[in-house]
Design a protein. Structure first.
Length: 120
């Protein structure tokens, strides 16, 4: 992970301190391309030290997911609460209530959604 950390350090040196610097991070709960969650904790800590303020965990699973496997909003929750780094959750939801719940319960600092909830 030397290259991503070096990139964040270089950007952070030039980035205005008044603006947050964020990174998208591919995470998986299965055996496919992406970082395993425990590795993601280590990487996020390194990125924070390098100057990263917020992480957007992206579900990097390439196949269908089993019911008990985690998704992007779960990764956001785990990373935020394990490392203390702010996260933006990506929620595949059809409800604004789920997005509000992610933030209100401390599972994410912000949230996006992959499809427009009907309330909008």
């Amino acid at each position: 992970m030397e290259l991503p950390v070096a990139v964040v350090e270089a950007v952070s040196d030039m980035w205005p301190a008044s603006k947050p610097l964020g990174v998208s991070l591919p995470v998986v709960d299965a055996n496919s391309g992406g970082l395993k969650l425990n590795t993601a904790f280590e990487v996020v800590s390194q990125l924070e030290t390098a100057g990263c303020d917020v992480v957007v965990p992206i579900d990097a699973a390439t196949g269908s997911r089993a019911v008990d496997q985690k998704g992007a909003s779960d990764f956001s929750d785990d990373i935020r609460n394990e490392t203390g780094v702010q996260t933006i959750a990506t929620a595949a939801t059809s409800s604004l209530d789920k997005i509000n719940t992610l933030v209100a319960t401390g599972r994410a600092d912000l949230s996006t959604f992959t499809r427009m909830p009907p309330e909008m």
